[in-house]
Design a binder for this molecule. Structure first.
Ligand code: HEC
Length: 215
């Protein structure tokens, strides 16, 4: 507290030389910043590059935002047990394709396994663009799950069935890939393969599942 007293007590500061200027008669002393403040400032500047490298440039899932998303996805996955074991048929995929809470789960699986070849947003790198209307191996929405499970092109697109053994993971991943269609990522490859018909809409049951009642 002594430093405060010195700055507030005019007799103690009278030995200091006031700065040359005066504003409306108000004179100013050239008081240094407290040293604790200076060191705090120097410490934040010194720590900043490490913070930046660790949380924003380093491995994924370190930032609070990433960890929050990862925990949300983990929580969502716990709900898998309520869903039972899903089959990646057209209806199921269309249903989950439209539910963000589940495509988020698919996206987290995609981020870990697929980004290297298909790009962070599906625009394509070694693998084709998954966001446009052209596909090489897909005619119907359920083909997505088949291609993911079995792979194509002699392993250029690897088979994931053993690497992603949870059937519901494959469903959510396929639903996410289906949901990419029509998005326009910043970096996207040109079209590969041929244009295909739109995905069926959620309210139109596939002829393949006759047990569904018509709405
Ligand atoms: C090692 C690179 C690689 C990885 C990793 C990879 N893919 Fe592929 N993928 C490819 C290639 C290459 C093709 C196209 C094969 C061809 O040209 O016939 C492809 C094709 C596809 C297709 C069919 C696209 C079309 O036009 O018919 C889908 C869907 C797909 N990948 C999804 C995925 C998903 C989901 C993942 C993550 C689980 C994944 N891929 C991981 C390389 C990869």
């Amino acid at each position: 507290m002594t430093s405060n007293q010195t700055t507030q007590n005019p007799s103690a500061t009278s030995t200091r030389v006031p700065l040359a200027h005066s504003y409306d008669g108000i004179r100013q002393y050239d008081n240094p910043l407290p040293s604790w403040w200076k060191w705090l400032y120097i410490a934040t500047v010194a720590i900043a590059p490490f913070y930046l490298l660790y949380f924003h440039v380093g491995a994924p899932n370190r930032s609070m935002h990433d960890r929050f998303n990862a925990e949300m996805d983990a929580n969502q996955k716990k709900k898998y047990s309520d869903l039972g074991e899903l089959t990646p048929d057209a209806n199921t995929l269309v249903t989950y394709m439209n539910q963000k809470e589940w495509t988020d789960v698919g996206r987290s699986i995609y981020k870990v396994n697929c980004v290297s070849c298909h790009g962070p947003e599906g625009g394509g790198v070694i693998g084709p663009n998954l966001c446009d209307d052209n596909y090489k191996h897909i005619k119907k929405i359920e083909d997505i799950a088949r291609v993911i499970n079995e792979g194509v092109a002699g392993g250029a697109m690897p088979a994931w069935a053993t690497r992603i053994p949870n059937k519901n993971d494959i469903v959510m991943l396929s639903a996410y890939v289906a949901s990419l269609r029509g998005s326009h990522p910043a970096s996207a490859k040109g079209p590969d393969g041929s244009p295909i018909a739109d995905w069926p809409s959620a309210s139109t049951p596939e002829p393949a599942s006759p047990t569904e009642s018509l709405k």
